[in-house]
Design a protein around this ligand. Structure first.
Ligand SMILES: [Zn+2]
Length: 356
């Protein structure tokens, strides 16, 4: 079968690898359909290996060359002998995190926090940018009939955004700022809208990105943080000029982190999901005297999929409006990775049709 494998930085190849055959009793074989290209894939491509392990992962044994892709949907082709809840022909979306189920975190649906876990497309021998993948059955979630395979490929990034929104404490009618208009930022806007936000602000310095977001028809006030005073603007638009109730930082930018802290009202919450290694200078004094909660948010509970399915199916999370293009697996690098790492690029989301 064909599979896109990471060999080294800037060296991702479409290789011919043996189709997986042997399933453990608790595993399933998925015939993959669509897989989304994520910022994580791009970071691995440009600066990797980051999450990808050069030495065998303790749980899964995976190492370089690593099949990429963790945002995907597909159809069950075969199931291990202990699998009861899935059957050949079932349409599924992948929850990428696997690991021991008996530890503190594994037993709580928080595998990504457990030492010795693995994620498909990064630290598991299989991934979404391939014709087939072997998955643990518990990480393979049957989709409702009303969901398309394209929508299924958007569930994982949507889960990141919905979790951040949950953790922001946003209530119906509340106000929220999102910084960074990439795919996760736009999904955070959608999640806030679905959660009943009264007013949503989105800060994005790239004009082309801003216009792309404005064209999506979401109820959002876009702001160029390089041209206007973000804090003043948000305060002018919120009750008694106090600032917004919550903020979700999706840019991975120290300046944006401080924009979020400045824009929330006293006792507001700032959730960080934009990954960065950069150091941010923040004022503990300001956090304390304004009683601000600063919250990191990684992934999602691995049990979240049914909720995301319901939000997409009801139309409250119109995830496919983000998709700019669908490309065949053979064009992953030229038409997928390269346009997305181009700083002048305006594309939000590219899906790969691995059957094309
Ligand atoms: Zn991702």
């Amino acid at each position: 079968m064909r599979a896109a494998r990471f060999h080294a930085r800037r060296d991702v190849r479409i290789d011919d690898v043996p189709k997986p055959e042997d399933l453990a009793p608790d595993e399933v074989l998925v015939r993959n359909r669509f897989c989304g290209i994520c910022g994580t894939d791009l970071h691995e491509y440009v600066d990797g290996p980051i999450f990808i392990s050069p030495t065998p992962n303790v749980f899964s044994g995976a190492s370089v060359p690593q099949i990429l892709g963790h945002e995907f949907s597909g159809e069950i082709e075969a199931v291990g002998r202990e699998v009861r809840h899935l059957h050949p022909g079932d349409r599924v979306a992948i929850q990428p995190h696997m690991g021991p189920l008996d530890g503190y975190f594994g037993s709580r649906g928080l595998h990504f926090l457990a030492p010795g876990g693995a994620a498909t497309g990064l630290t598991w021998p299989w991934g979404g940018f391939a014709e087939y993948a072997v998955m643990k059955a518990y990480a393979t979630v049957k989709m409702p009939d009303g969901l398309s395979f394209e929508q299924g490929a958007m569930v994982e990034p949507a889960a990141v955004a919905v979790t951040a929104c949950d953790r922001s404490g946003l209530e119906p009618g509340g106000t929220i700022l999102v910084t960074g208009g990439g795919p996760i930022g736009v999904l955070a806007v959608m999640a806030a809208h679905a959660a009943g936000a009264g007013k949503i602000f989105l800060s994005e310095p790239n004009a082309a990105r801003r216009h792309r977001v404005e064209s999506l028809g979401l109820p959002v006030i876009t702001i160029d943080p390089t041209r206007s005073d973000l804090k003043t603007l948000v305060q002018q638009e919120t009750f008694e000029g106090l600032g917004c109730d919550a903020a979700i930082e999706c840019a991975g930018n120290p300046r944006a982190i401080n924009d979020c802290i400045a824009a929330v009202r006293p006792r507001g919450t700032v959730v960080l999901i934009g990954l960065t290694n950069a150091k941010a200078e923040i004022s503990p004094f300001d956090l304390i005297v304004r009683d601000i909660r600063l919250q990191g948010s990684l992934c999602y509970p691995t049990t979240l999929w049914p909720r995301i399915y319901a939000m997409i199916e009801s139309g409250r999370l119109p995830v496919t409006i983000l998709i700019d293009e669908v490309v065949p697996l053979g064009d992953l690098i030229e038409k997928g990775f390269e346009p997305l790492v181009d700083p002048a690029g305006t594309k939000l989301k590219i899906l790969v049709d691995v059957t094309a």
